[in-house]
Each structure stands twice: as C-alpha cells, then as structure tokens.
Design a protein around this ligand. Structure first.
Ligand code: AKG
Ligand code: FE2
Length: 318
C-alpha cells in the first residue's frame, strides 16, 4: 500500500499569524486539486483542548447504554447514534449492506431554540457529565475559527476574489461527531466497515484521530491509501459542497475506515459547512459553471432521510 507521504502536509503558520499566504494557497490548491486530503500542522488549536475532547468522548461512550439512549439522535440531528442505526445507503462507491460499525455522539450548532424555517436548528442534547459541555463548546469555537480561516484560504487557492460567500459561514452549520469504533472480531467480513466508503457531503472536514489508524483514502485509480495518525495534525478534506462551490477545482474524495487493529478506535471529525439557507453554486471567478445551484438545507434533508432512522419520513410532514 502506498505510504502516507502521498498526502500533503500543509503548514498553516502564515495563515494563523496573518502573514502572506501566497505559497500556502498554492500548496492548498495542489493538495486539494489532486487528492482532496491533507494534513494541517501549526493550526493554532491547543493540543490540550483536543486531548480534553477525546477524554470527554471516552467518558461519554463508557456510559451505560440506557443512559446514552436517553439522548438518542433527535430530528435536529443532535444526540447519540448507536451502532447499527446508520447505513450509508446513498453511497454509490461500494455495495454497502451492513451498518457502519461505530457509535457516535453528535453536537451541532447550539441554538437557543428550534426555528421551523431553519432546518436542523435547535439546542444540543447534553449528558450530565462534569465539564463535557464546556470542553465540547470550547473545541467547537476553536474549530469554527479554524474552519473560517481555511475557507478563506480555499477561496484564495482557487482564485476567488469576491469573498462574500464567507458570510454564509458566519453562522455556520457545524457537526462535532464523537466517534467510537469498537474492537472488531478478527474474522469480520470484508464489507463490515467501521465507516463504509463515502464522500463527505459538506464543505470542510477537520478530523482528529487517535493513534490506532484505520482511515483510508481512495486515489483516482481506485487504490486505497492509509491516512495514518500524525500527532497534533488534523486531516482536512473537502466535501461535495466545496467541490461544487469551487466548480470542481477542489476534490471531494472517497474514504473509509477499516478497524482491523484489534483495538477500539476513537476519532473526532468536525464538519464545517455554510448556513442551511445558503445557495451552493460555483463561485464567481471559477469559470463556466459545471454544477446547478442547490439549496444546502434541502440537500441535507434528502441526505439525512436516506441514511438515518431518526429522519425517516420527515419529508412527508413538511
Ligand atoms: O473516523 C474517521 O477517521 C473518519 C470518519 C468519517 O469519514 C466521517 O465521519 O465522515
Ligand atoms: Fe467522512
């Protein structure tokens, strides 16, 4: 299998310091125009905060199942997703018949209340655990700031001078997912994935993973390349919405998780997306549009209804 050095490492120091980012933007354009994945270092997020989020995740997943199930995923997509309740049926990348072998706790933007006109708005569900909420909220703020800086860099990378789309990320759609992949039996069937092959559907994914490994990224010729853990780095990938905004210049690349380590695995993806009322379309300056505009909220609704028990049949009511 090809070595991870094929996935670029981007040093964000100039972006975080507010220095000239011309060279960095060029490196970004190359990494995301060729593989759609990269490691970022010197990103400005405190490693202690990241460790605290993993600790919070481990404490949450160690709770009794009954307690976790009282926080089951709600219609606003916040809460606990038990193992065997989500299948990536929308993926056309593999024959996927079995649910992902993972459980997760989903935290989205904290809204004071649900607004019927704003899909997926609402407050989070919080477990009664010391410091859990504080740690997760501090992490979300740090990652939101980083997401905004990376979006600015992405626009520079693809030569978009009009930065007004960044307003769609002032009140972004954010998804902090505390993922737990249980230890898998050694004789597991090949198509029993921790996370089945898929592309991310939003703009940017900023992933922190523990030291177990198991994430793989697909190359254009169909090979699977390991994306192993790198201390303090985040793996950042582009999703389908940024692919569309960039008019195809930035790639949304298939990836999967196979946990054959014989150990349990924890990872924390943070998905950074525009507000649901955003019209997603190729940005001015990216050439003749190769994609139709779409409404991000309507798109999300169709994605979630296809994949999650908690969203089944919602479309019939609204
Ligand atoms: O756990 C990981 O390393 C990746 C998870 C992932 O791809 C996702 O949640 O979209
Ligand atoms: Fe993903």
């Amino acid at each position: 299998m090809t070595e991870f050095t094929e996935i670029a490492v981007l040093d964000l120091a100039p972006l975080i310091a507010g220095d000239d980012t011309t060279k960095l933007a060029r490196a970004f354009a190359k990494a995301y125009g060729e593989t759609g994945f990269g490691y970022i270092i010197n990103h400005g997020v405190d490693p202690a905060l990241r460790t605290a989020v993993f600790d919070a995740s481990k404490r949450f997943h160690a709770l009794p199942a009954d307690e976790k199930n009282t926080l089951a995923l709600d219609a606003a997509h916040r809460g606990y997703i038990a193992i065997n309740t989500s299948t990536d049926v929308t993926t056309d990348l593999a024959e996927v018949t079995k649910p992902n072998q993972s459980a997760s706790f989903m935290i989205m933007r904290e809204d004071a209340k649900s607004d019927p006109n704003v899909y997926l708005s609402g407050p989070n569900q919080w477990p009664q655990m010391d410091e859990f909420r504080e740690v997760c909220e501090a992490y979300v703020s740090a990652m939101t700031r980083l997401g905004q800086q990376l979006m600015n860099l992405a626009l520079e990378a693809i030569g978009v001078e009009d930065r007004s789309i960044l307003q769609a990320f002032d009140t972004p759609t954010t998804w902090l997912r505390l993922l737990h992949y249980p230890q898998m039996p050694p004789q597991s069937p090949e198509d029993l994935y921790g996370s089945a092959p898929h592309k991310d559907f939003g703009c940017l994914t900023l992933l922190a993973q523990d030291n177990v490994g198991g994430l793989q990224v697909q190359t254009p010729d169909g090979e699977w390349v390991d994306a192993p853990p790198m201390e303090d780095a985040f793996i950042v990938n582009v999703g389908d919405m940024l692919h569309r905004m960039s008019n195809g210049k930035l790639l949304s690349t298939p990836h999967r998780v196979i946990n054959t380590s014989g150990r349990e695995r924890y990872s924390v993806p943070f998905f950074f997306d525009p507000h649901v009322l955003t019209q997603v379309e190729p940005l001015p300056g990216t050439g003749v549009p190769a994609f139709e505009p779409l409404n991000f909220g309507a798109f999300l609704r169709s994605e979630l209804e296809a994949s999650y028990d908690a969203h089944q049949g919602e479309g019939e009511q609204t």
